[in-house]
Each structure stands twice: as C-alpha cells, then as structure tokens.
Design a protein around this ligand. Structure first.
Ligand code: ATP
Length: 448
C-alpha cells in the first residue's frame, strides 16, 4: 500500500532517517489517508529521544511540548508537525493520566498504547503500513474497536469511552460489540473525567455531519445521563400537541442535524427545548403547552455550559439564541425586526434564523418555513440600508444630552430610549440637529 505524504512531512521523516532513526506518520493521519480524506494534521512517531529530535532539527524552529511526554513540535510554513518519541505508558493510577511515561525503542509498543485499531497504524515509504491490530480491516468494516481488552483500556483512560462515540460519529462507523458493551459497563467512570476533556469530545460530536448519530449512541449506551442528565429527561417525552409530531428528544436530534455546523447554533439546538419536560401543561382539549420553556431553557443551558467550563461569551451567545428561539411565532414588521436585531446582535441574527428554520422544519412534516427565508431577506435589507436599530447608532450620545443641560442619570436613558423608538420608525430622523430639536421639544426644562 502506498500513501501520499506531502513534501513538508516527508522532509521530517527523511531527516530523522538520515540521522539513523526510524520515523513513521502515525494515528489519525494514517487513518485518514487510507480513507482517502485529507488529514487535519500529521503526527510523527520515532525512536529518537526528545533531545535528539531537537538536535536533528536545530536549524528549524522547534517547541518542546513536554519533555516527559517526548513531543517536539517542528514548525514549518506549511504546518506544525508533532514529532513524538515511541512511548509506553506506565500504569494509569486515576483513569485520567498515565502515572509515568516510558520511552521505548519499539514501534510495536508505541502502537499498542493507542486507543483504537484504526488509530494504531503507522506508515513510511520504506516499511509501508505497520498494522499490528488489523486496523485496515476495521476501517473497511467501519468498526471502532479498542486495541486489546476494552475494559482494561477504558479503565486506564476513561475518556476513551467518549472518544469511541466521537470517532463513530465523525466517521459514520459502528462500535464493535465488545467495545460497545464495555462503554455501557464503564460509562459511569466518565464522571471522573475533567469537564474540559469531555467538552472537547462533545463539541467534535456536535460539529460532525450527523451529530444525532452520536447523541443517540450516547443515549443507547447509557452515557447521556452521565454527561448531560438534563437531556435524558427529554427522551420519549410526548408533547401532546398536533403541531409537534416528535417527542422532545427526537425533535432535538432533528434540529441539531438540520442546523449548520457552527458550535453556538448546534449547542442552542441541543438545548433549546430542554425546559420542556418541566413546563408541560395540558388544556381542556387535552393539548400540551410549554409556556416559559424558553426561559427555563436559558437557565438550564447556562448551568450545563458552566459545568462544561465553556467561556462566558459562548454561554451568553447560546443563551441568547435559546431565549429568542420562539420569536418566529411573532409576525414582525421592520420595527419588530430591528428590535430583534438589537437584542440578538447583527453578527448573530442569522444564526437565530438558522436555528428557527431547523426548529420549524423538525416540528411537523407540513411546516412551511418560507416566511423565515423572507424574514432573512427583510433583515438583510435593513442592514444593507444601514437603518439604525440600536442606541449607539444614534447621531447623538448620552454625553450630548448632558451637554444640553439634562441631569446625568435616569432621564438620559429615557431620552435615548424615546429617540431610538422614533428613529426605528423613521430612520430619516437620525440627524443630530433634528434629534436635538426633538429632545428640547419633548423634554422640557422640568427634566433639567
Ligand atoms: P483528529 O485529529 O481528527 O481528532 P486523531 O486520531 O488525530 O483525530 P487525536 O486526539 O489528535 O485524534 O489523537 C492522535 C492519536 O493519538 C490517535 O490517533 C491515537 O493514536 C492517539 N491517542 C489520542 N488520545 C488517546 C487516548 N486517550 N488513548 C490512547 N491513544 C490516544
């Protein structure tokens, strides 16, 4: 088998070999090349020790990532390459990190510490493919299977349980039976894993082509209740409403799949209806309603995202989309849309429309979403015409108002609010002189 290795990667392999060492591309890059995909990055494994790697590449810019882990990053214009010494991991004491890393002289040992057979292959031009665990066969059969006994491998590093689901989702693969059963059996151990590591895997699942596959796998393997118990409550939750064909969980999965792969939108899709199981009321006709589920969804999603240690800005963006997700019910004219743009932000408004399109499309097979495309065009027109929708676009500031003689404080806010209201209605009023005139006429001296 011959795999195509770009020159800037081949150059590193060549140099290591020239100095008498073995060197292979390894892991995800070999897997992706065999699959005919372009690898996101190339990792190299070698029997050269970190200080030897640094010496060989002394004319290059290098970064020693962690001497004890044996990784040196070689920086080139075309991309950075991680060059790592063959290693063996000594006991994992806490299921999270190896207690000590031992360097090895054997590629076989390095491959045997890797998580899944499809990630445990190495390749170079002279030796060809090194595939000790039938990774190529598993690639053909679309199987995620641990290298060695899954119970032991998951005991060593519990995150591998979620990684199995992540790779299955990204690649559209199945998890091999024994590996799968072990995921369920050992899933509770994920509670011990840091929120950051869980989050990174979860985000990769969400950004894949079909996130529903991964979320459903989590549910099938009893992992969902460990990572996001709030979502578990939506499984099988009947909405008792003819406008909603699916139960809450199935609806959420559909919405996530129908949104573009933008993290904030996918997270908002995942959590937009998470408040529903707590807000169901049934009217006299037996129809279900979920008043306030958007508000509760904001609170619950903030708690979940905080637990996953997401940055505040991301939490605010997701919460804002969830808060506004029901606004597609309102019949908004230009004025209402400007208020919506001002609440959501001009950079995020189209994210909201994407979420709403998916939400509507997934609620009912006869749902018409044409009005959302029209709304999108209407918003674009407002933005293209540069029509003001928020106070900072007014041709007059709070400072100007104070200079007119009004007291600093509440009244300044009221005046700006009044001007904004008028300018939203009539954009032509947004001229300094006109605005000053309006202030002086409306807010007489008593306010000064
Ligand atoms: P991608 O970069 O597309 O996410 P990848 O396979 O490169 O895929 P990484 O998480 O970057 O994924 O890991 C690189 C390689 O390191 C893997 O292919 C695997 O061989 C090994 N590896 C990573 N994490 C683990 C782990 N927790 N246990 C065992 N081996 C691992």
């Amino acid at each position: 088998m011959e795999l195509f290795i770009p020159d800037y990667v081949e150059n590193i392999l060549y140099r290591l070999e020239k100095f008498g060492y073995e060197a292979f591309i390894v892991g995800g890059s070999v897997r992706d090349l065999i699959l005919g995909k372009e690898p996101a990055d190339f990792d190299i494994t070698t029997n050269a020790k970190p200080e030897e790697i640094e010496e060989i590449f002394k004319e290059y810019k290098t970064i020693l990532v962690g001497k004890e882990y044996g990784t040196v990053v070689v920086v080139q214009d075309e991309g950075n390459i991680e060059v790592t010494t063959y290693r063996l991991e000594a006991e994992y004491l806490d299921g999270r990190k190896p207690s000590k890393v031992y360097f090895s002289d054997e590629i076989e040992e390095d491959l045997s510490r890797r998580d899944f057979t499809i990630n445990a292959m190495a390749y170079n031009k002279s030796k060809g493919l090194i595939d000790l665990f039938s990774g190529q066969k598993d690639l053909e059969n679309k199987l995620i299977k641990t290298v060695g006994n899954p119970i032991e491998r998951f005991e060593e590093d519990h995150l591998r349980i979620l990684r199995a689901i992540r790779f299955a989702t990204q690649l559209g693969f199945y998890i091999e039976e024994e590996t799968k059963n072990s995921c369920t059996q050992m899933g509770y151990l994920l509670k011990k894993i840091s929120a950051e590591r869980i989050r990174e895997e979860l985000f990769k699942i969400l950004l894949s082509d079909r996130p529903s596959y991964g979320i459903r796998l989590m549910e099938d393997l009893d992992i969902l209740e460990i990572i996001i118990p709030e979502l578990k409550e939506t499984v099988g939750f009947d909405q008792k409403n003819p406008h909603h064909e699916k139960d809450v969980f199935e609806h959420i999965l559909c919405v996530v799949d129908h949104t573009p792969p933008v993290l904030e939108i996918r997270l908002a899709a995942l959590f937009h209806d998470i408040g529903k199981p707590h807000t169901l009321t049934i009217d006299e006709e037996g129809i279900g309603h979920f008043y306030g589920h958007d508000k509760l969804g904001v609170k619950m999603s903030r708690d979940i995202l905080k637990r996953l240690r997401c940055p505040n800005e991301m939490i605010d963006d997701v919460a804002n989309l969830i808060k506004e997700h029901m606004t597609h019910h309102a019949d908004l004219k230009d004025k209402g849309l400007k208020r919506l743009i001002s609440r959501v932000g001009k950079d995020k408004i189209f994210n909201l429309i994407e979420l709403q399109k998916a939400d509507k499309r997934c609620s009912n097979r006869n749902a018409d979403i044409g009005f959302l495309f029209e709304r999108e065009r209407q918003i674009q027109r407002i933005l293209d015409r540069n029509e003001p929708y928020e106070k900072k676009q007014l041709e007059i500031s709070g400072y100007d108002i104070i200079n007119l003689g009004y007291k600093e404080g509440k009244i300044v806010g009221e005046i700006l609010e009044y001007l904004m209201e008028r300018v939203i209605d009539e954009p032509n009023l947004n001229h300094r002189d006109i605005l000053i005139d309006m202030v002086l006429k409306k807010f007489t001296n008593k306010a000064k």
